[in-house]
Ligand binder design. Structure first.
Ligand code: CTP
Ligand code: MG
Length: 220
């Protein structure tokens, strides 16, 4: 049984972990977050408990590629761009999957409740589901004019898709910063669900401290 109580279909999650961490300046996914558990461990554990199976996408030289595969975790090599990494992951998702979620390994704060919200919307028939949070900063456009932040949402992962819609969207080999953009360009409507302010992406070194205090406030 997975945590997605209402789910009617088989859920697989692609966890993309094949980036170079250039803004972080080191392997950000290997940083310890909760005791010995790394950013990658935390992201992977939640994905595994919310899904029938997980495809983990790692860099082409990662020793994890040569381990013995343990279903339901499949490990494949990524590509030069995030979209290429997702495509490689998608090729390893079995045809039995009804819903495919795509999650950045760099977002360890995505919890089971967030996965449930995404899966629930898919179960209700959505083709593309994006968790999003209100923008807290006051925003201006580059020409200096004000932008109404109430009209804006910041987009997170895991994003969820009808499996066929995601496969169609990625078939052309296009590149985008997220998957919902590709699925939308292929004609699907994007449904927003509530994201989580703790679901930050580790991008710069200081982000790890912020995440530790948000996710594990009682650890020393
Ligand atoms: N990612 C990936 N394959 C790529 C690029 C990114 O699997 N070719 C993954 C990263 O590992 C990360 C997620 O996509 O989990 C979001 O990317 P980002 O936060 O930009 O991570 P990096 O690309 O590693 O960092 P940077 O852009 O600073 O180099
Ligand atoms: Mg990147």
């Amino acid at each position: 049984m997975t945590s997605g109580g209402a789910q009617a279909g088989e859920v697989w999650t692609i966890v993309v972990a094949a980036g170079s961490g250039s803004r972080f300046g080191a392997d950000k996914l290997a940083v310890a977050l909760d005791g010995d558990r790394t950013v990658l461990d935390v992201s992977l554990d939640t994905a595994l408990s919310a899904s029938r199976g997980v495809v983990l996408v790692v860099r082409a030289n990662d020793p994890m590629l040569y381990g013995v595969p343990v279903d339901p975790l499949r490990i494949v090599a990524g590509g030069d761009t995030r979209s290429a990494s997702v495509r490689n992951g998608l090729a390893a998702v079995p045809d039995t999957a009804d819903f495919v979620l795509v999650h950045d390994a760099a977002r360890p704060g995505a919890d089971a409740a967030l996965y449930d919200r995404v899966i629930e919307a898919l179960s209700q028939g959505a083709q593309a589901v994006v968790p999003a949070v209100p923008v807290v900063d006051t925003i201006r456009s580059t020409d200096g004019s004000q932008v109404d932040r109430n009209q804006l949402r910041a987009v997170q992962t895991p994003q969820g898709f009808d499996a066929a819609a995601l496969r169609t969207a990625h078939a052309a080999g296009a590149d985008a910063t997220d998957d919902a953009s590709l699925v939308e360009a292929a004609g699907a409507q994007v449904v927003l669900v509530a994201g989580d302010v703790r679901n930050l992406k580790v991008t710069h070194p200081g982000d790890v401290e912020v995440l530790r205090s948000l996710l594990y406030p009682h650890s020393s």
